[in-house]
Write a new protein. Sequence first.
Length: 165
Amino acid sequence: MTATYQQQRWSLDALFPGHDTPEFSNTIQALEKAIEKFEKQRDKLKSDIDQNAFLKIITELEEITIQSNRLYGYAGLWFSEDTQNQEAQALQARVEQFLVGLQNRTLFFSLWWKQLDKKNAKRLMAGAGDLEYWLEEMRHFTPYTLTEPEEKVINIKNVTGSSAL
């Protein structure tokens, strides 16, 4: 007996019911507000930062990352469904541009973290829970890290450069 499969259009409802829905636009607005709030944390990033304050900061960044990946996933999967769909192409480009802007606005955190002395980094990682590995891995890129303006240019170029292919 041979089983037959009826091909169906995949559903992206687990991410968003659509790109032109209030849920999608509300997520973009919420991300903007979260980034504005996160940017205010910059002055708190000192080598002697309290572990609880640090945990709060990285938890905020984690939530920003989750919501950013949700937007990116929706746009990318919709585009992958039909690469000739002009609306999907436009959405993907718009989302990528938006997310690069967000990434550049949070870049200060990773640059600070990579420059932090080993003793304090170890102290802060110890209380980071599930995010300890991420923090540890980020520090491995320290020798290859440029200044903030240079890193921002690279992020912007990646959208239209090699990543665009």
